[in-house]
Design a protein around this ligand. Sequence first.
Ligand code: SAM
Length: 311
Amino acid sequence: MLAYQHAYHAGNFADLHKHLLATTLAEQLLRKESPVTFIDTHAGRGWYPLAARETEQLREYEQGVLPLWQVRDRWLTDAGEPKSPSADKPLARWLARLADMQPDAAKGSASELSVYPGSPWWLSQSLRRGDRLLAYELHPGEIYHFDQAPVQRDSLGKVMRRQQDGLSGLLAAVPVTTPRVAVLIDPSYELKNDYRDVAEVVVETLRKSRHATIMIWYPLLPAGRQHDLLERLKKHSPAPMWRSELTIDSPEGEHGMYGSGMLVINPPWQFDRQFSTAMQEVVEVLKGALPAPQSVAVEHKGLWWLSEEVA
Ligand code: SAM
């Protein structure tokens, strides 16, 4: 059994990048009527109180969601609603959701950021009648927490969590019964082979479900293991790809992981524009908040022509 527990990292810059992307993409897909099945292959707990012992130990949220939360009044009213005319912006809506889920939200203004939600919560937020979310998580400890979390309580039966391997679960689930499918793959990459396994499962998923939208998170590591994943997909993926990389340090800096990458296969129409705008706003906030010499930047690249360089 592997040791990774996401509670140590909850709300860090990679979560912010990944969850803002997943939420923006889900909203974009849900503009069309036909139902969507979302699949979260590595769900985690879905819910992370920031005062938890594990989260307190590293306090990674202080270089992620917290700086954004502290200036949320740029986008939100005192009541935690998106300010007009920014109501159409994904970042404002994302922050409004975060404000609304805080335990003191019912009292009028959520001043404390005390809980940070995980990917199944973010993906479950806009589900309509006919949409559903399949969430896979392998570890019993994480499953225990998942079952206590609001994602399970509030989902009105639209969320199905399964305690099994997420990659084989994905392959068994596609093609799905709804007209559209969107997948988030977010492993902990504890094993070197994880990069290869993810690439192989993605290619097979696309073979079975050609138009699947697939989001893959990967770490930017000085050892460059992420290039294996990108190179394999460049060679074998039959579908258009787009990637976003958020860096908060240089590869030679003090952080082991110097950035967060998201690859999107078959991105929905105009998603890249919406997300790029939101990320520019995030980067401006992080630039002001992270201590020197960390340098924050985001880079987006369409990989529509698969022979282009991906690294
Ligand atoms: N996606 C979550 C989020 O954004 O809130 C975080 C997921 S965390 C990076 C990876 C999770 O995958 C861990 O909770 C771990 O227990 C779980 N896991 C590890 N191996 C797995 C497997 N083979 N299938 C499904 N889940 C697995």
